[in-house]
Design a binder for this molecule. Structure first.
Ligand SMILES: Cc1cc2nc3c(=O)[nH]c(=O)nc-3n(C[C@H](O)[C@H](O)[C@H](O)COP(=O)(O)OP(=O)(O)OC[C@H]3O[C@@H](n4cnc5c(N)ncnc54)[C@H](O)[C@@H]3O)c2cc1C
Length: 391
């Protein structure tokens, strides 16, 4: 076995321990109470105490980082996808800083995440009330004023932004220019003009907050423009392109969360079969197990698609098609797995199996976030036939 595989196995083992002890119970509690895990929860304090901010939750290096995040992410989502997303770290905000930021910006914004004082989060904000799938329509304005930028507008559905130290905010210098006007800024939460609006009430994945905020004449030093002016010179749509590259890198990780959820439904149904249909009840048992095999096939295939899309990211090769295929394939696998598990559990499902009901609500978000299923179809169609045929 290679050193990378050894490292991965250890990382998955560590995630399994954290998942069993913390993610599952905290996710179920957040679902019951309808509120995210508080940022000052002892779980996060424990992670800081154990040095997780400095060395990460799971041991190991940065080799094949995306593949690693996919494999470990599946395990985390198996225990609870909502609680997984609350783990401290730069999260979705980290990807654009790594991809678009200058070396100085990477150090300035990411180094504090390695300090040991407290848990820290960052966030990513593209979506607006008038711009979801069609990100070219973002209306958050960015105007230059001497050495500063002034941002005005509203963002919504930004995950973890309620507790983030900073948020990567996509804005436009010229709304009439569509995607060519896009710029990415790091906005610190304590800047005057950053007004938190609310946490949205979600049907699932309630352990993390998804929030709306407004920027009102929010002034930023020129240095908070990701990549600096030079990054956007020469290629008009570089800001938009940076966001798309971010999505291509994160889609396989989000897609594999559906694989983890599917596996969770499978194990739940399997445990039910073992308890309710012991070996001597052969016919019912065999029929139930045959149905579970169908779930297994989707899980294996979905995992492979995610790993393939992640391998391309790590190799620095284009992966837009593979990332969208993975993101299109996996959430329906999880939904089908939960439905099959509900059938197998039978009247217990009708009586209200809280766990499967929660998974049904949790997985729905994966159809929407990081590009809806329709948007993935459009991306795939464009790659296959070279035209935007899906309307
Ligand atoms: C739990 C959760 C967390 C999120 N976290 C973040 C975050 O951290 N940061 C962030 O920026 N955003 C986040 N989002 C927002 C998410 O990315 C958007 O919800 C998503 O892009 C869809 O946008 P919308 O909700 O405005 O739907 P719309 O774009 O209005 O779409 C509505 C429906 O129309 C369909 N549709 C739209 N356009 C087309 C088209 N051209 N062709 C065919 N069908 C189309 C869509 O598929 C969808 O079914 C989050 C969303 C959720 C639910």
């Amino acid at each position: 076995m290679s050193a990378f595989e050894d490292d991965l196995r250890a990382a998955v083992g560590r995630m399994r321990d954290v998942g069993r002890t913390w993610l599952r119970p905290l996710g179920e509690e957040a679902d019951r109470l309808g509120r995210p895990i508080p940022p000052d929860h002892e779980f996060f304090t424990m992670l800081v105490r154990e040095g997780v901010m400095r060395r990460g939750l799971t041991p190991g290096g940065s080799e094949r980082r995306t593949v690693r995040n996919v494999v470990v992410g599946e395990e985390g989502a198996y225990w609870d996808r909502g609680a997984l997303v609350t783990l401290p770290g730069p999260g979705l905000g980290g990807a654009p800083v790594r991809k678009m930021g200058t070396p100085e910006q990477r150090e300035r914004f990411l180094a504090p995440f390695r300090s040991e004082d407290r848990p820290r989060w960052a966030a990513f904000a593209m979506t607006e009330p008038g711009a979801g799938s069609d990100v070219a329509r973002i209306a958050m304005r960015a105007d230059r004023d001497g050495d500063e930028w002034v941002l005005n507008g509203q963002k919504m559905y930004s995950s973890n932004s309620g507790r983030a130290d900073w948020v990567v905010v996509f804005a436009t210098v010229d709304p009439s220019a569509g995607r060519n006007g896009h710029r990415a800024f790091v906005v610190e939460r304590d800047r005057p003009g950053f007004v938190f609006l609310r946490n949205e009430a979600k049907m699932g994945v309630r352990a993390y907050e998804t929030s709306s905020f407004v920027l009102e004449d929010c002034r930023l030093p020129a240095d908070n423009l990701l990549g600096g002016d030079a990054y956007y010179e020469g290629r008009a749509n570089r800001g938009f392109g940076g966001a798309m590259e971010t999505f291509n890198a994160t889609r396989p990780i989000v897609a594999v969360h559906a694989v983890g959820i599917a596996r969770s439904a499978l194990d739940h149904a399997r445990a039910f079969v073992d308890t309710e249909f012991p070996a001597h009840a052969t016919r019912r048992r065999r029929r139930a197990l045959e149905r579970l095999v169908e779930i297994r096939r989707g899980i294996e295939q979905g995992r492979r698609l995610c790993i393939r899309a992640a391998e391309l990211v790590d190799a620095g090769r284009p992966n837009a098609l593979e990332a969208s295929v993975a993101k299109l394939y996996c959430p329906p696998v999880a939904l089908a797995a939960i439905r099959t598990a509900q059938d197998v559990v039978g009247d217990a499902g009708v009586r209200r199996d809280r766990f499967l009901e929660k998974l049904t609500r949790d997985v729905k978000m994966l159809d929407i976030g990081e590009g809806t299923q329709q948007i993935q179809r459009r991306v795939i169609a464009r790659h296959i036939v070279g035209a935007d045929v899906v309307r």
